[in-house]
Design a protein around this ligand. Structure first.
Ligand code: GLY
Length: 341
């Protein structure tokens, strides 16, 4: 078998999106995935497409987050067309909840600086919040900020569609294919999309590291939770089928896969405090994932020096959101470097 034009190391949402975009342009692409396609951060992620919750300072990636959210519906439509699979997508907005004057003024300051970046929000009184969120704990509620553009997608469904779209475009997918060093890969361009594991491929690469996060899942009636609810480090969101997810934690704990019941309970307590009448029983499911952190706290996306290596990792809390834009950036750069096709 001839060597591919491009080898993508890592078959999460980022690697698969890049492979798909390149295959659409006629490149011969292979994905090498150490485990199963989409089985790490892309499997674990809640799927918030939410610059309103994640972005509060000006940077190129702040603007890319907003742009990626804008193109997400078109990305999903195209994926649906090519794969036949639709991913659950809810443009439901989000509410940042404030339970004290201090929280409200912090949220106000954040909303003001976000508005300068183009992230729109609306200030709501306590009553306006309660009208939008049945079952919300009213005690001490000061008000909130509604972010109408924030949305939710099911990342597992996006990855399933990407896999099929890649296969239909002739991408060769090798699961259980672990790459220990970039020096194993001969010829052609290499895209490093191995998330928290990326820098293990070469000591020369910018550092990547795992940031462990817990999530808890509940089976609730469909439609019981409207917008994403956020307060500080707590968030609650609901899929169209009723499955409701509460999060989260952030821990630099290496690749420790332990699911500690006391941490799950602490998430449950925080979520229950917000929705006491809905989150009555303990969660039915809980899981952890490794957010892909990277040196400099910004994604590492672009060519590595003048080499044939392209970096696409370090999306930290926003890999699901940033997949469309990262794929476009990397595919365009590879196409430009290889001449017109
Ligand atoms: N994007 C939310 C989280 O990483 O917990």
């Amino acid at each position: 078998m001839s060597a591919p034009d491009v080898t993508v190391v890592g078959g999460g949402i980022i690697g698969c999106s890049i492979a798909w975009r390149l295959a659409q342009q006629g490149f011969s692409v292979s994905i090498y995935e150490a485990n199963r396609i989409g089985s790490e951060a892309s499997w674990a992620g809640a799927g918030m497409l939410a610059p309103g919750g994640e972005v509060d300072r000006d940077s190129p990636w702040a603007l890319r987050s907003i742009e990626s959210l804008r193109v997400y519906p078109a990305f999903l439509d195209e994926l649906h067309e090519e794969s036949g699979l639709a991913a659950d997508y809810r443009p439901c907005g989000a509410i940042e909840l404030a339970y004290s004057e201090g929280e409200f003024s912090t949220d106000q300051a954040r909303a003001t600086s976000q508005a300068r970046l183009g992230i729109h929000s609306e200030r709501l009184s306590a009553n306006e919040v309660l009208n939008r969120v049945p079952g919300l704990n009213a005690r001490g509620l000061e008000g909130g900020f509604f972010y109408p553009r924030d949305a939710i997608v099911d990342p597992r469904e996006v990855v399933a569609a990407l896999r099929l779209a890649c296969e239909r475009r002739g991408v060769r997918i090798e699961e259980g294919r672990r790459v220990d060093s970039l020096s194993e890969l001969n010829g052609g361009a290499v895209v490093v999309a191995a998330g928290a594991w990326a820098s293990a491929l070469s000591p020369a690469l910018p550092e990547a590291f795992p940031v462990k996060g817990y999530l808890a899942g509940y089976a609730l009636p469909r439609g019981a939770v409207g917008p994403i609810l956020r307060r500080g480090h707590t968030y609650i969101l609901q899929r169209s089928n009723g499955f409701t997810i509460a999060g989260s934690t952030t821990e630099r704990a290496g690749f420790d896969r332990t699911v500690d019941p006391s941490i799950v309970q602490s998430i449950h307590r925080r979520a229950h405090q917000l929705l006491p009448s809905l989150l009555i029983a303990s969660p039915e499911e809980s899981w952890i994932g490794f957010r892909p952190g990277a040196a400099g706290d910004e994604p590492q996306v672009g060519r590595f020096g003048e080499s044939r290596i392209w970096l696409a990792y370090g999306h930290y809390r926003n890999g699901i959101l940033l997949a469309p834009i990262t794929a476009s950036l990397i595919a365009a750069a590879i196409i430009a470097s290889s001449g017109t096709r």
